[in-house]
Design a protein around this ligand. Structure first.
Ligand SMILES: [Zn+2]
Length: 104
């Protein structure tokens, strides 16, 4: 499965793919840039792997996913009223916070 192309990290616009002939190596080069001509990243050509690499964004998304999972678990309790033996709101929050702390 092909990786979904990420939006511009600066303005959120679509990526612009640039294909150039690489005469010296009898091939082509592929670059990614921002499609928004008002953006600071427009005209700056990056290797695809550099464009797709977002370590801070990915880390924040993982933390958000954990927090949202904890919210969902708590809301599910409020909705169903189920009070299982292992259900404890504070345990859910504490577990989520420990998982979030472990993410770089
Ligand atoms: Zn941009």
């Amino acid at each position: 499965m092909e990786e979904k192309l990420k939006k511009c990290p600066c303005c959120g616009s679509d990526v612009m793919i640039i294909i150039e002939d690489d005469i010296a190596n009898f091939g082509t080069d592929k670059w990614y840039s921002c499609s928004n001509d008002k953006c600071i990243f427009h005209g700056i050509n990056l290797f695809p792997e550099d464009w797709q690499s977002r370590p801070i964004e990915d880390s924040l998304q993982k933390k958000l996913d954990i927090a949202m999972k904890a919210f969902d678990d708590i809301l599910e309790f409020k909705r169903t009223g189920y009070f299982g033996l292992n259900f404890d709101v504070w345990q859910i929050i504490k577990k989520a916070m420990v998982e979030i702390e472990e993410i770089k």
